[in-house]
Ligand binder design. Structure first.
Ligand code: SF4
Length: 398
C-alpha cells in the first residue's frame, strides 16, 4: 500500500529521481523495457510522489501518471499538436488571444507527466523556452491589449523564488498587465516548495494586490494527490491572497471515471481550489495510452458535474486546439455540440458548432460537421493544415 506521507515526511527533504532504475517498486525486467521509453521521453519524479503509489497495483492511477509505458513508443500524434510554434512571437513567448500572453519561463518540471502535451520542451534540441524573459517582457510592454500573462513551461514554481518573483515584479511594472497566472503541478509533486519557502509565499502575497491578483493554476489529476501537506500548502497560498484554481486533462487510467472525477471536484472545491477546466488530451506524440475519446470523456465529466455543488460544477470541458479553445457543450444520440470559448480568429468568436457523434473521435480534426456552421470550421481546419496560417497574416481574436 502507499505510505502515509502526511505523517512520515520530514520537511524540505524531497529528492528528485531521474532514472527508472531508482524505483525498486518496478521489477527489473520491466525496468529494462521502460529504459527504452525513457531514452525518448525523459523521466523524472519526486520520491514524495513515488510514496503515493501503491506499487502492488500495476494500474495504480498515480503510477500511470508518471511511470513510462511501452505503448508511448507507438506511432501516434505530433510533438506540437496545437502548433504552438505558430503563435510564438518572441523567445519563449506565445500570443494567441489578444488579451493573453504566455511566457515559457522554465524548461523543467517537478516530475514529467507521461501525457504531457509539451514534452517537446524537455527534449535536448528544443529552444522554445527562454530562461531570460526580457524579450517577452518587452513584447508585452509594447502590446497594451495584453491584460493577462500566464507563466508556464516547464514549471515556474521550480525556479529560484527570487527569480520567479523578479519576473512577476517586472510584469507588475507594466500598467496594462492585470492578471498574472502561474501554471504549476509543483503543489502536487512537491508541496514543500510552498511549505519550506516562506519568502516565496510572502513575495506572492506582496504582488497579489487587491486590484491585480495572482492566480495559481494548479494541476491535480486525482483526489489521492490532495494529501495533508498539499492541503497545507494550498492553505498558505490562499491565506497569502493568491487565487487558487485547478485545471487538468482527462487521462485514461488516471481520472477517466465518474467516481474519481466526482471526488476530485468535491475535494478541490472543499479546499477552496475550484476546478476550472478539464481538458481533452491533445493528440501529442507518445500520448496514445493516455487518451480518452471526446464523447466518452464528456459523459463522464457531465455525470461527475451533476454530483457536485455549483461551485465545483463551474468547470468546463474544453479542447485547446490550434484554432482556439473549443468548449464541449453536450451530445445526444447523433450529435456533439461545441462552441469556441476562445478563438484565434475573429470570425470564430463564440461560434457554435454541431458535429456528427463519433465515439472514436479524440480531437476536433477527427469530427465531421453536421451543419453549415461546422462546415465553415472544417474549411478553416483544412486551410490550417495546408497552409499553417501565420497568426499575424489574419486578425487574431479572443
Ligand atoms: S507539470 Fe505540466 S508541463 Fe510539466 S510535465 Fe506535467 S503536464 Fe507537462
Amino acid at each position: 500500500m502507499a505510505t502515509n506521507v502526511t505523517q512520515m515526511r520530514p520537511r524540505n527533504r524531497v529528492r528528485y529521481l531521474t532514472r527508472i532504475d531508482q524505483l525498486t517498486g518496478i521489477p527489473e525486467k520491466d525496468r529494462e523495457e521502460l529504459a527504452e521509453v525513457e531514452k525518448k521521453y525523459v523521466f523524472r519524479m519526486t520520491d514524495y510522489y513515488a510514496s503515493l503509489i501503491d506499487w502492488s497495483d500495476p494500474h495504480d492511477p498515480i503510477r500511470q501518471l508518471v511511470i513510462p509505458r511501452p505503448e508511448e513508443l507507438n506511432e501516434w500524434g505530433r510533438l506540437d499538436a496545437s502548433n504552438e510554434k505558430s503563435v510564438t512571437v518572441a523567445r519563449g513567448t506565445q500570443h494567441k488571444y489578444p488579451d493573453t500572453a504566455v511566457l515559457l519561463c522554465n524548461e523543467v518540471c517537478g516530475a514529467y507527466c507521461r501525457y504531457c502535451f509539451r514534452k517537446r520542451l524537455f527534449m535536448d534540441d528544443n529552444d522554445e523556452v527562454s530562461l531570460d524573459v526580457s524579450e517577452g517582457i518587452e513584447y508585452i510592454r509594447s502590446h497594451p491589449e495584453i491584460t493577462n500573462v500566464l507563466l508556464t513551461g516547464g514549471d515556474p514554481l521550480l525556479m529560484a523564488p527570487k527569480k520567479l518573483l523578479s519576473v512577476i515584479e517586472r510584469l507588475r511594472e507594466i500598467e496594462h498587465v492585470q492578471i498574472v497566472r502561474i501554471g504549476t503541478k509543483m503543489t502536487a509533486f512537491n508541496p514543500w516548495v510552498i511549505l519550506d519557502q516562506p519568502a516565496l509565499v510572502e513575495g506572492l502575497s506582496r504582488l497579489s494586490t487587491p486590484k491585480k491578483r495572482i492566480y495559481l493554476m494548479n494541476h491535480f489529476d486525482h483526489p489521492r494527490e490532495l494529501t495533508g501537506p498539499v492541503l497545507e500548502a494550498l492553505d498558505h497560498l490562499i491565506k497569502a491572497g493568491v487565487i487558487c484554481t485547478n485545471q487538468c486533462p482527462m487521462v485514461r487510467g488516471v481520472n477517466d471515471s465518474v467516481e474519481v472525477l466526482t471526488e476530485l471536484f468535491r475535494k478541490l472545491s472543499f479546499a477552496g481550489v475550484p476546478p476550472y477546466y478539464i481538458f481533452q488530451g491533445r493528440p501529442a506524440e507518445g500520448n496514445e495510452p493516455y487518451e480518452v475519446p471526446i464523447a466518452r470523456g464528456f459523459r463522464l465529466f457531465e455525470q461527475a458535474r451533476r454530483q457536485v455543488s455549483g461551485l465545483a460544477a463551474r468547470a468546463r470541458m474544453a479542447m485547446s486546439h490550434e484554432v482556439g479553445k473549443v468548449e464541449i457543450l453536450g451530445l445526444d444520440e447523433e450529435h456533439l455540440y461545441m462552441r469556441f470559448h476562445r478563438a484565434k480568429f475573429t470570425a470564430d468568436r463564440g461560434r457554435f458548432m454541431i458535429f456528427k457523434l463519433d465515439e472514436e473521435a479524440y480531437w476536433l480534426d477527427d469530427l465531421i460537421p453536421a451543419s453549415d456552421v461546422g462546415q465553415n470550421v472544417r474549411r478553416h481546419l483544412s486551410k490550417l493544415r495546408c497552409n499553417r496560417v501565420d497568426l499575424h497574416s489574419e486578425s487574431p481574436s479572443a
